[in-house]
Design a protein. Structure first.
Length: 88
């Protein structure tokens, strides 16, 4: 499964926004096959803040663990946010 974060917008900011996206995506995640991997696609995302990512990516990683893979990106906003979340 590929999750294109740009479906939620190109500027992903705020905890409420991330939480809303997480809750909205639950039906799709509930239909995930047992062995299916999840690829997070950052294409067309201009800004990703730590607060939004913490509300969406952290629980995703908590529930699905090693099934979650992050697509490589050259976007400095996304890179900085992912680096920050790794250190938490």
């Amino acid at each position: 499964m590929k999750i294109q974060l740009a479906k939620f917008g190109t500027v992903l900011v705020s905890r409420p926004g991330g939480k809303e996206a997480w809750l909205a995506y639950q039906p799709v995640l509930n239909s995930l096959a047992k062995e299916e991997k999840i690829l997070i696609d950052f294409t067309r995302v201009a800004v990703l803040t730590p607060s939004w990512a913490d509300e969406f990516l952290t629980p995703l990683k908590t529930y699905f663990g090693d099934k979650v893979m992050l697509q490589k990106t050259t976007n400095p906003s996304v890179q900085a946010t992912l680096k920050l979340l790794e250190s938490i």
